[in-house]
Design a protein around this ligand. Sequence first.
Ligand SMILES: Cc1cc2nc3c(=O)[nH]c(=O)nc-3n(C[C@H](O)[C@H](O)[C@H](O)COP(=O)(O)OP(=O)(O)OC[C@H]3O[C@@H](n4cnc5c(N)ncnc54)[C@H](O)[C@@H]3O)c2cc1C
Length: 472
Amino acid sequence: MQSIERDVVVVGAGPSGLTAAHRLRQAGLRVAVLEARDRVGGRTWTDTIDGAMLEIGGQWVSPDQTALIALLDELGLRTFARYREGENIYLDAEGRPVRYCGETFPTSERTRAEMDKLIALLDELAAEIGPHEPWAHPRARELDTVSFHHWLRANSDDEEACANIGLFIAGGMLTKPAHAFSALQAILMAASAGSFSNLVDEDFILDKRVVGGMQQVSERLAEKLGDDVFLGNPVRTLHWPEGEEAGAPGRVRAVADGVAVDARFAVLAVPPNLYSRISYVPPLPRRQHQMHQHQSLGLVIKVHAVYDTPFWREEGLSGTCFGAGALVQEIYDNTNFEDPRGTLVAFVADEKADAVFELSAAERKAAILSSMAGYLGEKALNPVVYYESDWGSEEWTRGAYAASYDLGGLHRYGKDQLTPVGPILFSSSDLAAEGYQHVDGAVRMGEDTARRILDALGSPATATAASGAPAH
Ligand SMILES: Cc1cc2nc3c(=O)[nH]c(=O)nc-3n(C[C@H](O)[C@H](O)[C@H](O)COP(=O)(O)OP(=O)(O)OC[C@H]3O[C@@H](n4cnc5c(N)ncnc54)[C@H](O)[C@@H]3O)c2cc1C
């Protein structure tokens, strides 16, 4: 076992951990990043499957995600717009495909009015509560102890309107059934994107992609860090000094499979559901033991279907489809930059994902493609490449897209989620305010965490001198 010494050890080489490490290195500190997988990028992963480049994990960038946009610029990465010309398709309450233009689903006047009412209510709450401290709002407890499902139905008696609005946050974002998380959690999701209206506007929230893939953000950061990124090294044990002030430097020792790092700070840049995969010596305090049991990953199957041509475009369709009651709830044109082939991405979330995972792979594929054909016709049945991103099977993630609190957890624990434990700090997209559960939030958290460490150390130059070793 190799034993090394650094100022900061970062656990996890996703966008959050790598951003923190990069900023700390830029400030003159010595860092090591320990990563469980044999690749960097975490929940961003661009891979070639049967000759098709696929974004297996996170991919879209929206205009409010300014931290990510600035980092893309800094790293020399370009973006391109999602294809959105032509008509969209909405599956009506009877499951019939209806073509429409613009942002409003082609429902009855009444359902539309009810949807507008719910959107206005959620916009108002998101603006008032904001993404930073939703737990501190006077109505936090009230809104955190009612499920989003029931909150919607308490505010509207139109089932189609409730199902449609539920879809945007439940299947579409938190990827949990709307009965499993609170109205406050839904409001945080909306506030983190600027408003609920932004979240329901696919042209805003799913605006751009990175040419060549989102994983390059992590790959380029890792290149800069060079030999200080240790792949294939899950951290098994973290020793930390009890009794140190929260957020102050202390002696930590992170022990991974092939390397042990002694440092003055540890940054846990893994999703919150994985904190308890690490053994802590001494154990973490009671509050963290409790809190970490209430943060869990959602579940969604991201389905990639590549066709010889984007056949829907020839039919005047954008490829964008919504149907709250269908197996596949959302579809988008996900064709790669300057690719003559056409790619659709489709999503099967929460309990529907559970149900299709009970089928054989062939039955599941047939059920998913048949649901896609319900929107886009028979041509959808025969992709040349078909792939399901199955993050629930990934030991070092265990779901998709991200972690959120269970009912009542956000107001109960939220205020302590970023409180350091001695010299251990927490950094994850799943703890972010703006960009919550997104790559932008991961980047913001990485930058904040680096800033907090630098603040605690005073001038970086002093810090490096005090550690007795030169900066890289
Ligand atoms: C299918 C899917 C689609 C998504 N779509 C989008 C999208 O379109 N736009 C968007 O902005 N976001 C999207 N996201 C979310 C986005 O990918 C995440 O928010 C982001 O990757 C989180 O970054 P992170 O660094 O906080 O965590 P992660 O990316 O999860 O990185 C954490 C890292 O820690 C490692 N690790 C875990 N345990 C240990 C251990 N004990 N020791 C060492 N290493 C460990 C993991 O292997 C991983 O590399 C999507 C996610 C998924 C799964």
